[in-house]
Design a protein around this ligand. Structure first.
Ligand SMILES: [Zn+2]
Length: 107
């Protein structure tokens, strides 16, 4: 299975699954087993997630505004789908990046 390059030590240490849950630039990310650097999904992922979450929010608001009976299950289903989409995109696209957080050990 393909592994992704750690942005700190340039070794292929991060698996697809771990990358999917590494989070965005402002999260703690996944700790590289080799160098201990915190790897996160880069800018493209963060931008994509912002757009995705915004569209989900707008769709949910429209649904609630229209007073539909199934607004709550609709909202929950949409949130679940957007979560899966964002994790799938994180797993298959984008490069890994260094975390922007300064409260954790930055190497
Ligand atoms: Zn590393």
């Amino acid at each position: 299975m393909k592994k992704f390059k750690c942005p700190y030590c340039n070794e292929n240490t991060v698996s697809r699954f771990r990358k999917a849950f590494a989070g965005s630039l402002k999260s703690k990310g996944y700790k590289c087993p080799k160098c201990g650097g915190h790897c996160v999904n880069g800018k493209e992922s963060t931008i994509f997630n912002v757009i995705l979450n915004l569209s989900v929010l707008i769709l949910i608001l429209i649904k609630f505004y229209n007073n539909s009976n199934d607004a709550v299950p609709f909202a929950l289903a949409l949130l679940a789908i957007s979560f899966i989409i964002s994790k799938t995109f994180d797993a298959f696209f984008y490069e890994l990046d260094k975390t922007w957080r300064i409260d954790i050990n930055r190497k």
